[in-house]
Design a protein. Sequence first.
Length: 359
Amino acid sequence: MKKNRSSDAIKHLTDTQIKIGKVQIRAAPIMETLTGFMIAGFIYYAGILISQGEIGINNFFSFLAAMMLAYQPVRSLATVNMLIYQGAAAGQRVFKIIDREIKIKDDNKLPSLQIDKSNIKFDNVSFQYETGKERAIKNISIDIEGEKITALVGHSGAGKSTILNLIPRFYEPQGGKIYLDSQEINKVSLKSLRDKISLVSQDVILFDDSVENNIKYAKLDATEQEVKNACKLAAADEFIDKLPNKYKTLIGENAIRLSGGQKQRISIARAILKNSPIILLDEATSSLDADSEEKVQNAIFNLTKNRTTLVIAHRLSTINKADKIILMKDGNVLKHGTHSELLKNSKEYESLYKKQMMH
Ligand SMILES: Nc1ncnc2c1ncn2[C@@H]1O[C@H](COP(=O)(O)OP(=O)(O)OP(=O)(O)O)[C@@H](O)[C@H]1O
Ligand SMILES: [Mg+2]
């Protein structure tokens, strides 16, 4: 990536400042000791001069007081340097992000997405990551029927998450087109597109804020009752009620105080509150205990009801609920159909099913 001037300038400043800073940190105690000796020596010498009557005691004390008063501001001047380099180091990190080129641009002039059945269509789509050696998605054409559950299955690296990420336009495909209810997704405004999509990913991102605010993030003007209803449907209400301050409990960054299943249910509650017609779900691979597993499954059931759902399935229970299963391998679609059709027609599916779904 092309480097930008602001971050280069900051980097240069920071490097120099760090060098100065290091010297300064080491020098500080030596300077303090020397200053101490100097003042002691000065008072001793002044004492001799006073006893010889060469300077008046009043003059000496005025000078001493002035020197003491000036000492602190002069010292602060020396530490300003340290503050500057601390700020520059922080700035360097921030500028790196600000300087990044925005590849997916929102154009307000584009029309809003009009939702009907929320059918999703991939037409000959190819995509390669910037750092990828080969295409993660190779000329894929699929139909995801509206208001139904479609499951994506396949070995690790088959391109399942990539398919999911292309729908809200986190990445732009190099070839082919993606349609949502016959509207090309890059011909409608990005906001209107993302408003219609809820993404429940494998790694739930939670903020260092209260449970309530973490859920409300999906709909900032939601009422307390709306948040509670969403949590009930997501089977999250019972554990939230047991937290010390219930909905107002602060959950640390990445919610270290919550279990995997609890985090997932918060993320599902968020999606329920958003009430979008399209659900993209990357099912967690980590195994949950039987009790949480059932609760998460119920929550997912409530979330996906009457909505277009595209789920990356790792569990048999999800596979069983799916109306259609798409089997992927190395960026291609191998086959699609129902669970029983695929079991009959595809050796690949049978072996994957036996290996992955049996746990
Ligand atoms: N950010 C990225 N940069 C470069 N290559 C990537 C990136 N993300 C994924 N890939 C590559 O693209 C291919 C498809 O990855 P993808 O994440 O879609 O697989 P997946 O089917 O979701 O796998 P898993 O089941 O392990 O989640 C892989 O070869 C992967 O190494
Ligand atoms: Mg994945």
